[in-house]
Design a binder for this molecule. Structure first.
Ligand SMILES: CC(C)(COP(=O)(O)OP(=O)(O)OC[C@H]1O[C@@H](n2cnc3c(N)ncnc32)[C@H](O)[C@@H]1OP(=O)(O)O)[C@@H](O)C(=O)NCCC(=O)NCCS
Length: 304
């Protein structure tokens, strides 16, 4: 048994069979590689770590190097994002994932990455591998009808299907400013908006606002990325997303650093809101995530 990157299309196919059976057990209308184009696509082979034999992978995880940047675009940390973690059902409980994670930690250190970050509800499992909760975000729940009653005028959001590089750059500049976030190029943004079930809505130039709803099989009723000049414009965007996708209830994720003035305007119109842990992370020499990561906000399209 060895650790390898799936080099041929046959090897990637076998990997995707393992991932689909483990992570999409009820089936999916699209291939799992379409949900994670930057790490499961042909050009992302080096981010794919398999354990087993090249034609028969038994366990898999992605390790994707990313840069955490400040508002002035200075790189403050380099981290490895982990995702698509799966062991073949008849080989679970034999220590394969522990072995693969030990390899990922060595690979991360060899690549100069300072720590590892992932998103999962399997907190107990990842705690066994040395991960701890890090950061937090606000999760808002809205009712479409309640939001509808707020606005007298019709909003002018339109679906964007083919994002140009120029438009991608413009939308990135509209995002709500956060102390730290992951760096993303306009080209990566273009690719990520092609993920199935991603709905990108943007409104005209005056109150320029955009919202992104859904991402493959994840975040089905969740606006996980947005840019807006005011709380009102953001709520209009959330309403537009709920109407476009015909969702009676919709969730919005915001940084925990969202200005108090925005929170005060949004709270009376929310059905519920609460602070949640943002991610899980592992650091070789520290027991806690370093401050920049702990106070960062990671937009939904950047997670794997
Ligand atoms: C979760 C999963 C990847 C674990 O892989 P695995 O190869 O069975 O894990 P290991 O055998 O290396 O287990 C490592 C440790 O975690 C524990 N563990 C395994 N699965 C666990 C779970 N679901 N919850 C809590 N602990 C778990 C093991 O008991 C072991 O602990 P120990 O070393 O103290 O005895 C595998 O069960 C799987 O593919 N599940 C379906 C897909 C999935 O949920 N992926 C994660 C998505 S974020």
């Amino acid at each position: 048994m060895s650790i390898f990157h799936p080099q041929t299309s046959a090897q990637r196919e076998q990997r995707d069979v393992l991932l689909a059976s483990s992570l999409r057990p009820d089936g999916s209308p699209f291939p799992i590689a379409a949900e994670y184009p930057l790490v499961l696509g042909e050009s992302g082979t080096q981010y794919s770590f398999c354990l087993g034999e090249p034609e028969a992978p038994l366990a898999h995880a992605n390790l994707w190097p990313r840069r955490l940047i400040s508002q002035t675009h200075d790189v403050v940390l380099t981290v490895g994002l982990i995702g698509n973690v799966a062991t073949s059902s008849d080989h679970r409980g034999q220590g394969l994932m522990r072995t693969l994670f030990s390899e990922l930690k060595s690979a991360a250190s060899a690549q100069g990455l300072e720590g590892l970050v992932l998103w999962s509800d399997l907190v107990e499992f990842y705690q066994k591998l040395g991960f701890k909760s890090c950061g937090s975000e606000l999760r808002w729940q809205f009712s479409r009808d309640k939001l509808r009653s707020l606005f007298l005028r019709q909003s002018n959001f339109a679906k964007i299907k083919n994002l140009s590089t120029h438009e991608a750059q413009r939308l990135l500049s509209l995002r709500y400013p956060v102390p730290f976030t992951l760096d993303r190029s306009p080209q990566e943004f273009q690719t990520l908006t092609k993920i199935p079930e991603v709905t990108l809505l943007a409104s005209g130039h005056k109150d320029a606002t955009y919202v992104i709803l859904g991402k493959g099989c994840d975040m089905t009723c969740v606006v996980h990325e947005w840019g807006a000049p005011s709380a009102e414009a953001l709520l209009m965007g959330v309403l537009a997303a709920a109407e476009t996708a015909d969702l009676p209830e919709i969730v919005l994720l915001t940084p925990k650093t969202l200005a108090q003035s925005w929170c005060q305007k949004m709270r009376p119109h929310a059905v519920a809101y609460a602070k949640h842990s943002m991610a899980l992370s592992w650091w070789p020499d520290h027991s806690r995530a370093p401050d920049p990561l702990a106070s960062s906000f990671i937009w939904g399209l950047d997670s794997i």
